[in-house]
Every structure is written in structure tokens, then in C-alpha cells.
Design a binder for this molecule. Structure first.
Ligand code: PLP
Length: 405
């Protein structure tokens, strides 16, 4: 196991205080903190290499292009894609899903065709499909779950019809922590000849992912949730699918030849990357992926699993604690409510103790409806959190409970 105290030294922000208390950052599901190597990469590239990529014959442009394309190779290796042409840079998970929704629905679906999503999706894997539904008359079907927060695979199987054209499902729930059996779900979908998009926003930072092993058709994630920069994301798509989809946006970079009569498009992945890409961000994302790879995704997964089990035990000792999401396969996210204390009050008072948690519906309102609640308090761990921090969290919750008694 890696030395968490050594790792923490790589994250300068973790040594700051909030309201005079040491910061305890437990909002990693929203975004992770950045190691020095990622922040340095941004400054270094601006200071010493900055030039627009792909277009210049001059030295800096070529060097920036090499860094940008090397970053694509780093991403390819990280998710074990077969080719760099299957790695499209986007602004994040949200944009990746919007890209697929926009290009897939208009080219592969007709009115009355169906997309299957699950009840535990983040809004960014619901609303893009609804926008297309309004435009093209497609239909959304929803996989239900049991009270532990596990998707019901029998019900899932029953949702398929000859009109099903795509499944879009999250790998790990950002509210319940459930690690969905996406490999099995993909196998089932492929049995009906249906491709699958996996939302990897909450899996990529925490567990090893091999897109070929999963046989995912599309796999999407955000850089900022895996210790990388904001505004940087990835769409992995099988070449056979990306080839079939029309461009998402038009502009420079994505074209081969433009005339007023007709435009032809660039090869993959550039067909989907209109305009100047975030080449500074791509290098920084690659640094982040190299950083977690050096620690080892298996090690990170094992360490976070231990943290989560410990936190579940500690939180369950608190009277009137209600935890939402007790799946057998659970990632490092815990959502809870205590007694009648409003999640917002709990979050605000924990904040005063230096403990950053998230409160509210977590961009998963349909899931909140299924749970019959308005919102939860959510703690989400990263590779740098410690059991000591969990003890302070548990004591903090107990203090808040006392204040309400
Ligand atoms: N999907 C899941 C499961 C998420 O947790 C999030 C963000 O919290 C997103 C999608 C959206 O990610 P982003 O805002 O980085 O595009």
C-alpha cells in the first residue's frame, strides 16, 4: 500500500486551513484536488511551449502538438483503448455525452426508437437524451433499482425491444456509490445488438478501467475528477461507431477541405474536435493520469475501499444515521441523513469545522424521487484521504447532532 502521508505532500491545498481548522476535503466526487505536477505542467507549458497545435510549421507549434498528441496516447494507454483515433478530447463528461447524444440520435435513430438509462444517472446522462427526445421523438426507458441501490438486471433485460438503439449507464453512482456491473450489462446489450455508453465520471479516478475488456462502445470521463485540470474530458468511442457518427460541431481542425459547395471532414479523432483544443489541459491531464498510474490504480482502489468500509462502520455507529446506497459493490461515495437534520444544515455546520462535504440532490433528482427524499449529505473519498479525517468527520456529525437535540 502507498504511503498516504507522502502522497498528501503532493497536494499543497491539503495543508491549508478553513475557519482556522485543518481542511478536511471530502467532496472529491465533485472535483479532486490537484497534485503539484499537474499545476506545474500548466504553468510550464504556458511559459515555455505555448503555441497553437496542428497548424504551425514553427518549432513551438510542433512541440505543443507533440505534447498534445502524446497526451492522447497517455489517455489511450490509461483506458487501454486500441487506438488513439478512438480518444476524443472534450470539455468533460457532460460534453462527451452531449456529443454522442447529438451525433448518435440524429444519425442512428428514428422517432419511436429507444434509449435505456438507469434511475441513478447524473443529470448529464439524462438531459442530453431528453433534448434529443424532444427534437427526434425518441423514447427514454429507465432501469429500476432495489433498495440497496443495485440495478435490477432482470428488469433491464425486459426493457429491450427491437426499437432499442442505445444503453447509456453510469459505471459508479455519484450518490449511492454503487459500482454497476457494466461488463455484464454491456454483454446483455450486445446480445440484442445494442451499443452501450458508459459514464465513467465516478469510476476513472477510483478503479482500473479497461475499455476493451469491458467491450464498451463509448466510455466518457472528466479530467478534473481524476486530479487533472477543469475543462478537459475524454470520449472514448470504438472506431466503428465514431466513423459512423457525423461531426458534433463545425469549425477549424475538424475539416479536410472546405468550399462553399461542400466540406469534407478530418479523420478520427479530429472530426470531433472543432476549434483550438485545450492543448495545455491535455498535457496536464496526462500528468494526472501518469501520477495515479505511478501509485497504481489497483492500490488506489484497495486503499479507498478500506477507507470506505471504515467510514461506513464509523457512520453507522451514529444514532439515527440513514445511509443511502448499500450495494455489495460500492465505491468511495457515502450519502446519508441523520434524524430530521436537513442536509443543508449538516453541510453548513460541518463546513464550520473545516469539513467540506456536498449537500443537495447531487444532480440526480430522479434518484432522489426514487429514494423519496430531497437531498443527502455526501462524502466522497480520494486517494489522499485518511482514517483520521473520517474520525474527525464522525465526531463532527456527532457535534452537529448534539446541537439539534
Ligand atoms: N456523471 C457523473 C456520474 C457525475 O458524477 C458527474 C459530475 O459530478 C458528471 C457526469 C458530470 O461531470 P462534469 O460536470 O465534469 O461534466
Amino acid at each position: 500500500m502507498y504511503d498516504v502521508n507522502e502522497v498528501r505532500k503532493d497536494f499543497p491545498i491539503l495543508s491549508r486551513t478553513v475557519y482556522g481548522k485543518p481542511l478536511i476535503y471530502l467532496d472529491n466526487g465533485a472535483t479532486t484536488q490537484k497534485p503539484r505536477c499537474v499545476v506545474d505542467s500548466i504553468a510550464d507549458e504556458y511559459y515555455s511551449v505555448n503555441a497553437n497545435v496542428h497548424r504551425g510549421v514553427h518549432f513551438l507549434s510542433q512541440q505543443a502538438t507533440e505534447l498534445h498528441e502524446a497526451a492522447r496516447e497517455t489517455v489511450r494507454r490509461f483506458v487501454h483503448a486500441g487506438s488513439v483515433s478512438e480518444i476524443v478530447f472534450t470539455r468533460g463528461t457532460t460534453e462527451s455525452i452531449n456529443l454522442v447524444a447529438s451525433s448518435f440520435v440524429c444519425s442512428q435513430m428514428k422517432a419511436g426508437d429507444e434509449v435505456i438509462v438507469s434511475v441513478m444517472e447524473h443529470h448529464s446522462n439524462i438531459v442530453p437524451w431528453q433534448l434529443q427526445a424532444e427534437r427526434y421523438g425518441i423514447v427514454l426507458k429507465v432501469i429500476p433499482m432495489n433498495d440497496k441501490g443495485e440495478l435490477l438486471l432482470d428488469e433491464y433485460a425486459r426493457l429491450f425491444s427491437e426499437r432499442t438503439k442505445l444503453v447509456a449507464v453510469t459505471h459508479v453512482s455519484n450518490v449511492l456509490g454503487t459500482v454497476n456491473p457494466v461488463k455484464r450489462m454491456i454483454e446483455m446489450a450486445h446480445g440484442y445488438g445494442v451499443p452501450v455508453l458508459v459514464d465513467g465520471a465516478q469510476s476513472i479516478p477510483h478503479i482500473p478501467v479497461d475499455v476493451q475488456e469491458l467491450d464498451a462502445d463509448f466510455y466518457v470521463f472528466s479530467g478534473h475528477k481524476v486530479y487533472g485540470p477543469t475543462g478537459m474530458g475524454v470520449l472514448y468511442g470504438k472506431e466503428k461507431w465514431l466513423d459512423r457518427l457525423p461531426p458534433y460541431q463545425g469549425g477549424g481542425e475538424m475539416i479536410q477541405k472546405v468550399t462553399f459547395e461542400k466540406t469534407t471532414f478530418n479523420e478520427l479523432p479530429f472530426k470531433f474536435e472543432a476549434g483550438t483544443p485545450d492543448y495545455i489541459g491535455s498535457t496536464a491531464l496526462a500528468k494526472a493520469l501518469d501520477y495515479v498510474s505511478a501509485i497504481g490504480m489497483d492500490q488506489i482502489a484497495a486503499y479507498e475501499h478500506e477507507l470506505t468500509c471504515y467510514a461506513m462502520r464509523r457512520l453507522k455507529e451514529i444514532p439515527d444515521m440513514r445511509i443511502f446506497g448499500e450495494a455489495d459493490q460500492k465505491g468511495s461515495v457515502i450519502s446519508f441523513l441523520v434524524g430530521n437534520i436537513h442536509h443543508f444544515d449538516m453541510g453548513t455546520l460541518l463546513d464550520r469545522l473545516g469539513i467540506a462535504v456536498r449537500t443537495g440532490h447531487h444532480c440526480a433528482e430522479p434518484l432522489m424521487d426514487r429514494l423519496g427524499i430531497e437531498g443527502t449529505v455526501r462524502v466522497s473519498f480520494a486517494l489522499y484521504n485518511t482514517k483520521d479525517e473520517i474520525d474527525i468527520l464522525a465526531q463532527g456529525i456527532e457535534r452537529v447532532v448534539e446541537m439539534f437535540c
